[in-house]
Design a protein around this ligand. Structure first.
Ligand SMILES: N[C@@H](CCC(=O)N[C@@H](CS)C(=O)NCC(=O)O)C(=O)O
Length: 208
């Protein structure tokens, strides 16, 4: 049994969606980051960076933070959603693109376009433009491939929850037809629909 420490955010949803996709049993341990529960001493032992998501796998004793590392761990444990041939490097490439680029940049866009648009025109412009640029990169790749690295994989699971916040990013998905097709295709997967509602069952996937 795996304990999943999470909240209803893109990084948290990556892991609940992955667990639902591969069919591993898990227990949800909500960490309300709006109430600063990520700073509790007990959680710090599991997540040394005080951020969700994190897992504890009681079968192996493995305790992990960082959503990218967790996706790789669960792919290896389940033998699913990561190719075992050379295609694995394409998945790795797009996973790293999400972890090191798209996630951090869109996270800033959420702050400066959605939460506090008045604090800095400079930041709003910088992260707004970078968001548009990154959507262009994704749209181009998805014009050539059904899923980001060919087959449906952990790279799609890493990217999709960030795109699901398109409204906060001031993105009109109809301007990106390939992303829109990919986004709605993944949104229709039952495992994604279940994983999206962790830990808050009333959350609904935004549709276009
Ligand atoms: N690189 C980390 C980022 C984790 C992260 O930023 N988590 C956010 C929620 S999406 C969080 O816990 N925020 C609380 C805080 O920053 O105090 C990952 O991918 O797991």
């Amino acid at each position: 049994m795996i304990d999943l420490y999470t909240w209803g955010t893109p990084n948290g949803r990556k892991v609940s969606i992955m667990l639902e996709e591969v069919g591993l049993a898990y227990t949800v341990k909500p960490i309300n980051i709006m109430a600063d529960e990520q700073f509790d001493k007990a959680f710090l032992k599991i997540s040394p960076n005080n951020k969700i998501p994190a897992i504890v796998d009681h079968e192996t004793g493995q305790s992990l933070m960082e959503s990218g590392a967790i996706l790789l761990y669960l792919a290896e444990k389940s033998g699913q959603l990561m190719p075992t041939d050379a295609g694995k490097w394409q998945v790795m490439q797009w996973l790293m693109f999400q972890m090191g680029g798209l996630g951090p940049m869109l996270g800033q866009a959420h702050h400066f376009l959605h939460f506090q648009p008045e604090v800095s025109d400079y930041a709003a412009q910088r992260y707004g433009e970078e968001t548009i640029r990154l959507y262009g990169v994704l749209d181009k790749q998805l014009a050539a491939k059904l899923y980001i690295a060919g087959e449906y994989s952990i790279a799609d699971i890493a990217l999709w929850p960030w795109v699901s916040r398109f409204e906060w990013q001031h993105i009109d998905l109809t301007a990106y037809p390939n992303i829109k097709r990919w986004y709605l295709d993944i949104a229709a997967r039952p495992a994604v629909q279940r994983g999206y509602k962790v830990p808050t069952a009333s959350d609904e996937i935004p549709l276009v």
